[in-house]
Design a protein around this ligand. Sequence first.
Ligand SMILES: Cc1cc2nc3c(=O)[nH]c(=O)nc-3n(C[C@H](O)[C@H](O)[C@H](O)COP(=O)(O)OP(=O)(O)OC[C@H]3O[C@@H](n4cnc5c(N)ncnc54)[C@H](O)[C@@H]3O)c2cc1C
Length: 435
Amino acid sequence: MTILPQNDTGCGWLNLLKKRDVSPSLKQNINAKWVVIGAGYTGLCAALSLAEMLPNDEIILLDAEHAGEGASARNSGYLVDSTLNDGHLSDTGLSQYKQKYELNLVAVNFVKSLIKKHNIECDWNECGKYYASSTSDNKAKLDNFMKLLDELGLQNEFFDPKNLAHQLGTDFYKMAVKVFGGAMLQPAALARGLINALPANVSLYENTPVLNISHDKKHHISCQNAQINTENLIIAVNGFMPNIGVKADRAFPLLLTASLTRRLSDAEQKSINNVGEWGVLSANPMGATLRYTADNRLMIRNTVEVSKSLVLSEADLLNRKSQHLKGLKIRFPFLSDDVIDHTWSGITCISANNANIFEQIKPKCWVVGCYNGGGIGLAALFGHQVALAANDKTSDIQRLIAARPQPKWLPPQPFLRWGVGAKLAIDRRKATQEV
Ligand SMILES: Cc1cc2nc3c(=O)[nH]c(=O)nc-3n(C[C@H](O)[C@H](O)[C@H](O)COP(=O)(O)OP(=O)(O)OC[C@H]3O[C@@H](n4cnc5c(N)ncnc54)[C@H](O)[C@@H]3O)c2cc1C
């Protein structure tokens, strides 16, 4: 594997939280019963559930960097049940969409139950979200989407430009469908809450990248300064799976960047009608995601790219920041050039056909991840379910997961990078107006 690059320090969601004390890295060889690799939502929920199920066992949780500071802190905070950019025009598509919706709904409710159980404060808001378009090109797509939502009995509402401008404080969009369901949240605060909820029988080791994994009757994990032999292993590194030689022909990483502004001033808030919190997802797969937060900041994410190194140079990050500023100023021309306070990147995981990974790849060795565009809810749910599965406990939810399509084969590198890069470039051209 290649050594993982350090996360950048620009994540606004993280920077708004109090600093936490980082756990030490692993420096001695150990024999373990349970090891979970990766401390994002998936690994944290797996460790949490294992620890609760097996109060007398020690659960080792490893992360290459700081726990919960990967995609799980860096995402846009949309906990979604229904999603727009899924094929649902054929019968197969429709039944697959329903399955996916059902799973997402279970996941939303699971996250909600975790937040309640562990008193996690993460700015949870069930304000709904808008699927919006700045042109009339997406009218048919949005009409179809509304039909589908009606069929599923999901509350939705169409917004024309005037009503939309009133709701969002910008006249940039020409139409939108508002969907109720799911929630908006502060992603890093959710991850932090899960870390704080870990019971004493979870031993968390941070700054402990796994360099190699081999298997015989046990699983052998090599880290820089330690070797672990374990009876049971759960791999929850999501976009980094190919980096450790796992599922490299089924899952691949994409690099996204986002920015968060300072709080808008009273005058700026007034100029957008003092609107309340909202979230906008684009009707175009490559269009910008925007949020107006409860504390009056704007967040924008409008880049997706293939990155060989899984990290951006400072110069590249600055360049993405200027794209974020452009996206903000098209919508809110009154904003000053220095409105952005935080800019960051994050790695997410995609498969060729929007499928997820939930698989026992060797006896007592499970891999979970690859949530494509989504992942807040599914990561938490898959983490919990893999803990059950690893303890031979089956469930209806596992059957629902198993009924979903399996990820299709992907070509090896560099062909994969080139192919995905070309597809993104085509989608990007279709969404130039939605920067
Ligand atoms: C910018 C951005 C916006 C997004 N927006 C949304 C959204 O609005 N809604 C939504 O549902 N989803 C969104 N996502 C996706 C979502 O964040 C992920 O699907 C989810 O966080 C996955 O959680 P995870 O725990 O599986 O992975 P991660 O959070 O990536 O955690 C994996 C962990 O594994 C660790 N790791 C990696 N390699 C190793 C190794 N070799 N050894 C030890 N540890 C290792 C990493 O350090 C990391 O902490 C977004 C993602 C990004 C990047």
